[in-house]
Design a binder for this molecule. Sequence first.
Ligand SMILES: NC(=O)c1ccc[n+]([C@@H]2O[C@H](COP(=O)([O-])OP(=O)(O)OC[C@H]3O[C@@H](n4cnc5c(N)ncnc54)[C@H](OP(=O)(O)O)[C@@H]3O)[C@@H](O)[C@H]2O)c1
Length: 264
Amino acid sequence: MIPAITSMKGAFDLTGKTALITGGNRGLGLGIALAMAQSGADVAILCRDSAKAAEALEQLAPNGGKYRSFSCDVTDRASVRAAVAQVYDAFGQVDILVNNAGVSCVSELLDMDEELTDWYNVVNTDLNGTVHMTYEVGKRMRDAGKGGSILNITSNAAFIVNKTQAMSPYSASKAAVNHFTHCMAVELGKYDIRCNAIAPGFTNSELSRFIPRDMFDYINDQMPLGRFGEPMEIGALAVYLSSPAAAQITGTVQVIDGGYILSC
Ligand SMILES: NC(=O)c1ccc[n+]([C@@H]2O[C@H](COP(=O)([O-])OP(=O)(O)OC[C@H]3O[C@@H](n4cnc5c(N)ncnc54)[C@H](OP(=O)(O)O)[C@@H]3O)[C@@H](O)[C@H]2O)c1
């Protein structure tokens, strides 16, 4: 059983933990990696773009822990299996898995090509990538017998239909991951593995830079708190949910979107 905290001293401390973050080389994933490193965790980044990964490792370095990157395509099970094995060889353990890697597309379903390329690309990355990683790391967490924390980065798009941008594969994948999170919380609880999701709204990253200026202004106007989120703010929530302070939290989906879904 995961012990309850008895004091706030060290309640958010991740010292001695290893965090594996998919897509930790940029955007929200890098914000999560920085927040975890600043909270004491060692960090393993899994991604495809090794140049961006090298830049991310440089940003992590001043925090004084152990930081490495590994090449991985989360849509490819063999690639996931190999990368996870490399992480365990290098770190010996994974205590925190953050399934952050994700892609989106803006297109109505009926405008997609005959092969539904966009549909399969998003579902294979956002939903199946999360499942591939959870399977490989979850089994090792279970076998290590020390519990763990799995965090899935979904989206407020799982709860709303965004009128300004048609993205059914993205919304459907993120909604599926939210319920996958509920299922894993129940299945993995007996191994002291907690599973939660973070559902960000519009947050500054390369993904959000594709939003045209007029739409950007419109979205900010709709937002009760009046601005996009920052990757470090997603990181702060990820640290909390992975920390001893959150030992009794599993199966939740935490929305962090400046209140957007309440007012759009
Ligand atoms: N930005 C937002 O407004 C927002 C809002 C809600 C939710 N989110 C979610 O937050 C997560 C991160 O988004 P972001 O805005 O930071 O996007 P981003 O800047 O476009 O970064 C996407 C990340 O996912 C990785 N990735 C994509 N496909 C991959 C694959 N097949 N295998 C391994 N890695 C892959 C990328 O790695 P490479 O660089 O190696 O390609 C990159 O690190 C996503 O799940 C997204 O849906 C973002």
